[in-house]
Design a protein around this ligand. Structure first.
Ligand code: FES
Length: 105
């Protein structure tokens, strides 16, 4: 499965994703600039991404914990998610996200 990640310069990267992995882990493994300070524990909001509109409703909704942590992120929008809380599955093939401000290392 592929996930498409757009960096702050607008460049799209097609990454090979694995079911069961956190989206943040895939982004980090490909050495794209994502801070992900807490390593996926949902307590830093530095793995903030914007989910493409076509995908926003297809993803499981954020938990209360994720929604609460997003309050600490910069420039939060309706399509904001924490990439460490998106667990990939085969239905997410083609998922597109954009790295959000404040998530750069
Ligand atoms: S890596 Fe810290 S909240 Fe996602």
């Amino acid at each position: 499965m592929k996930v498409r990640v757009i960096d702050k310069d607008g460049v799209e990267h097609a990454l090979e994703g694995l079911a069961g992995w956190r989206l943040m882990e895939v982004i980090r493994d490909y050495k794209l600039p994502i801070k992900a300070e807490c390593g996926g524990a949902c307590c830093c909001a530095t793995c903030h991404v914007y989910v493409d509109e076509n995908w926003r409703k297809k993803l499981p909704p954020p938990t209360g914990e994720e929604a609460g942590q997003l309050d600490n992120a910069f420039e939060v929008g309706d399509n904001s998610r924490l990439s460490c809380q998106i667990i990939l599955n085969e239905d997410m093939d083609g998922l597109q996200v954009t790295l959000a401000p404040g998530s750069e290392p």
